[in-house]
Design a protein around this ligand. Sequence first.
Ligand SMILES: Nc1ncnc2c1ncn2[C@@H]1O[C@H](COP(=O)(O)OP(=O)(O)OP(=O)(O)O)[C@@H](O)[C@H]1O
Ligand SMILES: [Mg+2]
Length: 260
Amino acid sequence: MSNETPGNAEEAPLLSVDGVTLRYRTVSSLVTATWRVSFTVNQGDRFVLLGPSGCGKSSLLKSIGGFLLPDEGAIRLKGRSIARPGPDRMMVFQEFDQLLPWKTTLENIMFPLQASGRLTDRRAVGERARHYLDKVRLAKFADAYPHTLSGGMKQRVAIARALAMEPEILLMDEPFAALDALSRRRMQEEFLGLWQDIRFTGIFVTHSIEEALLVGNRILVLSPHPGRVRAELINDGNQALHDHIQGMLFDERFETGAGI
Ligand SMILES: Nc1ncnc2c1ncn2[C@@H]1O[C@H](COP(=O)(O)OP(=O)(O)OP(=O)(O)O)[C@@H](O)[C@H]1O
Ligand SMILES: [Mg+2]
């Protein structure tokens, strides 16, 4: 996919991740998940974090979400340091069970709007929720409960719920990875359609090169253990990019860091 609207690089970035080292302390060990990772995300970017299992993609997303504070470095949203979770950063996870099972799809979308105080007028909450449910083409399922929906439908509700909050940035951790291949492909297309429509800013985590090239306009390739930036690429639709990334992720020379 070529990128029609990469963020305007001349403007200050929406998000800046600056030399971020993330660590987990357990009773018996200290795990370094990422090492001095830096990147910026501009308004309107579909920014992909790509790398093998364990390279710290989810950890980075958690730290942008404000759930995990950096050991070193800083993360800033619109120039303000991120210190805690907030409704300006909404997450969508891989799991299908992220919806509240006792609430209908519409109520699931309404819930964070009300709980966060983002909207107070009940009517406005309902209207906003319906608007986004319609955006993911599930208007007919407003009164359905999550257990009656397919995995792909549940993910669409989760995306609608996050978008309804109109966050500064949407954080997606492998949102389509648990879907079958056909549904996954359909969701990737729908995701792009939604972006064309709403032009939100998103960070999308994946370990699939194909998915990164389909959904992203910019791709950050991370190396494993601990995650470091291996390359930052602009997805210009060039066919050679796939092999280039594959080389980075699998080529021995790159394992030593000699290739970059
Ligand atoms: N809560 C935790 N406690 C201790 N170590 C953790 C914790 N969460 C993650 N880690 C470790 O941090 C490193 C990065 O994990 P992370 O989940 O961020 O990787 P990932 O790139 O998202 O992997 P995957 O593609 O498998 O989801 C791994 O070595 C992992 O074992
Ligand atoms: Mg992960």
